[in-house]
Design a protein around this ligand. Structure first.
Ligand code: ACO
Length: 425
């Protein structure tokens, strides 16, 4: 505790303790507020609410800082791999060589999914969105891999299975949606290369693994690996607080991420850029985004926390340039994105509202360069976010002060009302 704040309510004064995080951010601890004053707080959308204390990820939205376990995301994107970053987030430290090797072996050993799960895929309508399928498949994993008696072993195995099998499930959903033969995971390939091979290898055209594409995927997933208490992570923590199994909690996170205001924005950005390319309507798109009476928003712009450039967006944009230059692949949507970004950054509306491009603005172009189809974009985000969800869930269940998440409300409905029988209505 670093002091207190005085609250005067009615005839009485109350002292609410202040708490401070390791980066100096301060909060009012209101955990005894209702008990002592009878009041609750009202914060729709939780923009002013700290839901937990966490030692996993630090963001400074004003300065555009993002660190996992203290390490800047820029350094991880340059020097680490997604697998190592996942280890860091979940275990709280970078692995030694032996720890990383053991982790790789475990991931390899658990990469297959039960053959019976294919039946689920085959019965989904072909038009189903892969995020809906992934969410239900992850939930279904519990039925195929029932809980072990030893709690520690159960948690470790579930974490390993999820990290390894979600990749396989995602690639399977793509192959089956196209009516193609499923490609099995290969133990000789690295985490990212293995996924790319499962996605793109085929009996008629073997997939050639390109180290630049593997690097791009590593960076893409590292940039998405955690983002403290965002919507989907909060969903995982809230659902997890009811002490459901981890599969169910992650399944809820995937469902939340699907939304276009969250992870679904990467798909929405490409759809918006394609619309601009087809209809040459960039001016109109900007006007619509500024129109208060139109629910349309400039997708890939704005962020609840960042009020400056999203640091992930800068790395993503560089990755986009490098990948396109190396592959000699030109994407007309990149030019449109650059022009749109410049117009928005110089427009009074976007300046006054502190709206900058977020990670999703360029991520779709990177994914297109890798060869990922648009409807799989949010699935790619989900695979990347998995270590963060797991780390946050683990932290929550290990917290001795953790409680069932159950907010209160201010009721605005009718007062005590007599039931009227159907004949009298
Ligand atoms: N285009 C136009 N106006 C915007 C945009 C946008 N992309 N984003 C916010 N605004 C405006 C709002 O209309 C509002 O204006 P007003 O104050 O004049 O009414 C103001 O900025 C504040 O907007 P809020 O919705 O209150 O801000 P919030 O923090 O809730 O929104 C969000 C954050 C949801 C990300 C929003 O910026 C948005 O919808 N962006 C587009 C979708 C997107 O790119 N999502 C991905 C986010 S990153 C991620 O999840 C990985």
């Amino acid at each position: 505790m670093i002091g207190s704040i005085k609250l005067i309510y009615g005839e009485k004064e109350y002292l609410l303790p202040l708490v401070e995080g390791s980066e100096g951010e301060k909060a009012i601890d209101i955990s005894k507020l209702r008990q002592e004053t009878g009041l609750i707080t009202l914060d729709t959308g939780y923009a002013n609410t700290g839901s937990c204390a966490s030692s996993i990820t630090f963001m400074d939205g004003e300065k555009g800082v993002l660190r996992y376990r203290g390490i800047p995301v820029e350094q991880l994107a340059e020097k680490s791999t997604f697998k190592e970053t996942a280890y860091l987030l979940i275990n709280g430290k970078l692995p030694k060589q032996k720890e990383l090797t053991d982790f790789s072996i475990l991931l390899n050993d658990n990469s297959l999914v039960h053959e019976d799960m294919r039946a689920f895929y085959e019965n989904y309508p072909r038009s189903s969105h892969p995020m809906g399928i992934l969410s239900s498949m992850v939930n279904a994993l519990r039925s195929f891999y029932p809980a072990l008696d030893d709690l520690e072993e159960e948690i470790n195995m579930t974490v390993t299975r999820l990290l390894s099998k979600v990749r396989t499930l995602a690639a399977m959903s793509y192959k089956i949606s196209r009516g193609h033969k499923v490609v099995y995971p290969r133990p000789d390939l690295t985490y990212c290369a293995n996924f790319l091979n499962m996605m793109f290898d085929s009996p008629v055209q073997p997939y050639e693994i390109d180290p630049d594409v593997v690097k791009a995927l590593n960076v893409f997933w590292i940039l998405h690996a955690d983002h403290e208490q965002n919507c989907s992570t909060t969903a995982v923590r809230v659902v997890g607080s009811a002490r459901v199994n981890l599969y169910a909690a992650i399944s809820a996170g995937i469902a939340a991420l699907w939304g276009p205001l969250h992870g679904g924005a990467n798909q929405a950005v490409i759809e918006m850029l394609t619309d601009i390319a087809d209809n040459k309507n960039m001016k109109r798109v900007i006007e619509r985004a500024k129109d208060k009476n139109d629910p349309f928003r400039l997708m890939g712009f704005g962020h609840r926390v960042y009020k400056t450039f999203d640091p992930r967006m800068k790395i993503m944009k560089n990755m986009c340039d490098t990948l396109l230059e190396k592959s000699k692949f030109s994407d007309p949507l990149l030019e449109i994105a650059i022009e749109l970004e410049q117009i928005a950054l110089n427009d009074d509306y976007f300046i006054e509202h502190n709206l900058y491009p977020n990670v999703d603005f360029y991520s779709g172009i990177v994914l297109r360069a890798i060869g990922i189809p648009t409807n799989m974009f949010t699935v790619m985000f989900a695979i990347g976010r998995l270590p963060g969800w797991i780390a946050q869930w683990k932290e929550s269940i290990d917290d001795p002060n953790w409680k069932l998440c159950r907010p209160r409300q201010i009721y605005t409905g009718p007062n005590d009302t007599r039931y009227v029988s159907i004949e009298e209505r």
